[in-house]
Design a protein around this ligand. Structure first.
Ligand code: AMP
Length: 117
């Protein structure tokens, strides 16, 4: 798997990021170009390019990431209202091909704002 995305460089500390959390399997950073007052990214250290590339070997890792979403939401005090997003593929808006989970909060999301253009 490719290991040369901006997130792999952040994981290797080759470029800076605003870290909120790190463990052996994942990190949580602030998004550099926030789309909401709170916008953070949960990123596995394993360089899985897209969610669709995950396999049953990644079952525990994916569970860990989702539980970390809840932990971070509670820590940030946004657990009553936040949106989680994973873009899979360029036509879905993915720009960094290293799996990551967006957590967005602090604004009102429209019910129909998941529609695609
Ligand atoms: P996606 O478009 O789903 O692939 O999301 C990639 C996200 O990474 C975008 O929300 C970008 O704003 C964010 N991003 C790009 N470069 C950086 C960086 N150096 N540090 C933190 N977030 C970044």
């Amino acid at each position: 798997m490719s290991d040369d995305t901006i997130f792999s460089k952040i994981i290797r500390r080759e470029i800076p990021a605003d870290f909120l959390y790190e463990d052996d399997d994942c990190l949580v950073i602030k998004d550099a170009y926030p789309q909401a007052p709170t916008h953070v990214l949960v990123i596995p250290k394993k360089p899985i390019p897209r969610l669709a590339d995950a396999t049953s070997d990644d079952r525990a890792l994916l569970g860990h990431l989702m539980l970390k979403v809840g932990d971070i939401a509670r820590e940030l005090g946004i657990d009553e209202a936040f949106r989680v997003c994973i873009n899979n593929g360029a036509n879905a808006g993915q720009t960094v091909f290293h799996l990551h989970i967006h957590i967005l909060a602090g604004k009102t999301f429209k019910e129909n704002s998941l529609s695609m253009q």
